[in-house]
Structure formats: structure tokens, C-alpha cells
Design a protein around this ligand. Structure first.
Ligand code: NAD
Length: 362
């Protein structure tokens, strides 16, 4: 089967660039699909982040899409976006629209209700960042416990000094206890990676069956036992109402003074005011943090004055290969949808019920 009458309109940005979309959709194009790519103009990555937050708070109609998008969308069968908004107005302008693909996990930038009303399935890709985020999490554990980032910073400033290797908290991973708080996609991928390091894994996740935890070499634990015993406490839960401030002063106070705290998940899971205090007072050995209660982190933030932290600017899930994977996930699910009326990741499965809007009869 070919796709001679399918027009795909994709909005590229600073993350999923035009060449990544071309690579991801090359098979569809080879089979006759038309791929039109429009640039969603952004000043820089900070501007992108601000637009993400604005969209999350105010909805997709609050942020502009590229000029000329409505005219291009008029005969498009597929809209593909990453962060560029797809509000009701754009969906309404696209009279022949059959599918919307969102090359990220969260679909706050797409008016899913408007799509569902027109029985247009919305695809997303919740798994494309797993490897990238899991790699970064293990990297952050190593960077903090072996002082890799501190030593690098010193060398760049002309300082050759091995003192970090003799820090009280300085330790490798081998033989240590790692506590994973949250054992979903990324937690499990971290566990897979850690199996090669000879660690013991304690896992707290009230929603994962014991068999899944044991299969990956973990031992199910209560949160308090994990906090009391782990040499590394790694937060990998999802931020929901029930998990907000899951780790507060009481929980941090249960950690060993020699233990490290790692958060590459979401800032809202942790009371950062309490975390600053325990780090400043040396009540734990250190922390590796990719996410913060204020982003970007203020230049006067006390965390920037500490020696016992490794900090990265919310990039654990970001990599070029991950962005290509996201675009490929959408392209592959699009093919599944056209071929068999089913897809791996449909945000609004109700749009697929009843008489077919997708599949060979399109
Ligand atoms: N820093 C980044 O760039 C980046 C990138 C990707 C994902 N993330 C974040 O990483 C985290 C993990 O992502 P994921 O894809 O593995 O999510 P996921 O939904 O697959 O897993 C989350 C897990 O948390 C568990 N959970 C729920 N409530 C819990 C509780 N009270 N205590 C312990 N566990 C609980 C769930 O059962 C689930 O297994 C999320 O917070 C996500 O937003 C960050």
C-alpha cells in the first residue's frame, strides 16, 4: 500500500528539527506521501521553555502557531507537532484532517477535545525518552558520588587537585544500596542499567507488582526502609496530586548522612526548601539534580554555592537521538493506524470507535 494522497504537515522547532522529521518520515514519503514542514519560530531554548509553560498553564490557544499554518493545513491529512500548539482554530481550518501526531509524551499543546469531537485520533509517544533519561540518571549518580563534575570544573579553572577522591562521601556504586522511588518506565530502565554495577536495589512503588520489581533484580521496600537504608535515593515517580512533596523534610531526615539524593524526575515531588537545608547543613552527602522548583534556577540560589551538588538544566530526557526516536514513534504509529486502524499510543481511543476515519478506507 502507498500513501499517494496523504499530506503530512509537520511543525519543526529547535528540538525536532527539519532533518529529523525528514529522516523519520522518509519511508512514508518513499511511498508517495507529501511531507510539508513549517518552522515554528522561537528565539532560543529559553523561549521554547517559556512557551511550554504558557501552553501547560493556559492551553494551546494561548500561544501562536506559524503564520500561514491554517492555509497549509487546509488540505493536510496529518498534522505532526512537538511543542508547537495545535488549538481548535487550526484543527477547524484543517477540513481533511485524519490524524494528529504529537512527538512527545504530554499533549497539552493539542486541543484533544476538539480533535475527539471530529473523531481525529491524537497520537503521542510516552516511551521515547526512557533510554535518554535512564542514561542521564545513572550518569548523575556517578557524577555526584565520584565528583566528576566538580573535578571537571576545577580543571577548566586551571586547578589540578585530587582532593575530591578523598571526600568523606566519595564512593563508587559497587556494593551500594540504591533506593528507587518510582518504578515505571524510567525506573525500570535505570534498574536494568544498574544490574551491571553490582548494587542492591530497594524499590518503593505502591503500584508495581512485586514480580516486576524482582524480575529486574530489585527488592520491594517501604518508603521509610528505603530512605533509612539506601546509599542513593533516586526519585523517579510521576508528579500527580498524590505524589506532590512525596519527599519532604521528614523523609530527607530519614536518609543516612553518607547517602546521595538524585532527582531527574520532577521538582514538585520534592520539598526543595527542605532539600536546600539538608544539603547546606551536610545532613546528607550530596545531591544530583536535573529539575528545580524555579526554572531557570535563579543566579542567587543557594544550591549554586554548594560543593555537594551536581546540577544540570532539566536536560535528563533531552538528546538528539531521543528526538529522532519521538518523530519515528509518531511515523510508525501513523503507519499502523493507516494499515490496521490501531496504534500503540492513542491519547483519545474513543476517536477510533465506530465507522472508520482511518485505515485503508480513508
Ligand atoms: N528530567 C527530564 O528531562 C525527564 C524526562 C522524562 C521524564 N521525566 C520524569 O521522570 C519521571 C518518571 O517517568 P516515567 O516515564 O518512568 O513515568 P511512569 O509513569 O512510567 O512511572 C512512574 C511510576 O511512579 C509510580 N508511582 C506513583 N505514585 C507513586 C508513589 N506515591 N510512590 C512511588 N512511586 C509512585 C507509578 O506506579 C509508576 O510506576 C516522571 O516524573 C517524568 O515526568 C523527566
Amino acid at each position: 500500500m502507498g500513501y499517494p494522497r496523504v499530506k503530512i504537515l509537520a511543525f519543526c522547532d529547535l528540538c525536532i528539527t527539519e532533518d529529523l522529521y525528514r529522516q523519520a518520515f522518509q519511508d512514508l514519503v518513499a511511498q508517495g506521501a507529501e511531507l510539508r514542514i513549517m518552522q515554528w519560530e522561537l528565539a532560543d531554548l529559553q523561549d521554547l521553555r517559556a512557551k511550554v509553560i504558557q501552553t501547560e498553564r493556559q492551553g494551546p490557544q494561548a500561544v501562536p502557531y506559524p503564520a500561514g499554518a491554517e492555509a497549509e493545513a487546509r488540505d493536510a491529512n496529518v498534522l505532526v507537532t512537538h511543542i508547537c500548539p495545535v488549538p481548535r482554530k487550526l484543527i477547524d481550518a484543517a477540513g481533511r484532517l485524519e490524524v494528529i501526531g504529537c512527538a512527545r509524551s504530554g499533549v497539552e499543546n493539542v486541543d484533544v477535545a476538539a480533535a475527539t469531537q471530529r473523531r481525529i485520533p491524537v497520537l503521542n509517544c510516552p516511551t521515547s525518552k526512557i533510554s535518554t533519561a535512564a542514561d542521564a540518571t545513572v550518569g548523575m549518580m556517578l557524577a555526584e558520588c565520584r565528583s566528576l563534575a566538580r573535578a571537571h570544573r576545577d580543571m577548566m579553572q586551571g586547578v589540578w587537585d585530587a582532593r575530591f577522591a578523598f571526600f568523606g562521601g566519595s564512593m563508587g556504586l559497587s556494593g551500594r544500596k540504591v533506593g528507587l522511588v518510582g518504578f515505571g518506565n524510567i525506573g525500570q530502565a535505570v534498574a536494568q542499567r544498574l544490574q551491571g554495577f553490582g548494587v542492591q536495589m530497594l524499590v518503593y512503588d505502591p503500584y508495581q507488582p512485586e514480580s516486576v520489581i524482582r524480575q529486574l533484580g530489585g527488592a520491594p521496600s517501604s518508603l521509610s526502609d528505603l530512605l533509612k537504608n539506601a546509599d542513593f535515593v533516586v526519585v523517579l515517580a510521576r508528579l500527580e496530586e498524590g505524589t506532590r512533596n512525596l519527599i519532604g523534610m521528614k523523609e530527607l531526615g530519614m536518609m543516612k548522612q553518607t547517602a546521595f539524593f538524585i532527582n531527574t524526575a520532577r521538582a514538585g515531588l520534592v520539598d526543595y526548601a527542605a532539600l536546600r537545608v539538608v544539603l547546606q547543613e551536610g545532613r546528607i552527602a550530596g545531591a544530583a539534580l536535573d529539575v528545580f522548583d524555579t526554572e531557570p534556577l535563579g543566579l542567587d540560589d543557594p544550591l549554586l554555592k554548594l560543593q555537594n551538588v551536581t546540577l544540570t538544566p532539566h536536560v535528563a530526557g533531552v538528546s538528539r537521538s531521543g528526538y529522532l526516536r519521538s518523530a519515528l514513534d509518531v511515523a510508525e504509529d501513523l503507519v499502523r493506524l493507516y494499515e490496521s486502524r490501531s496504534a500503540k499510543h492513542v491519547v483519545n481511543p474513543e476517536a477510533l470507535q465506530g465507522a472508520g476515519r482511518t485505515g485503508k478506507e480513508i
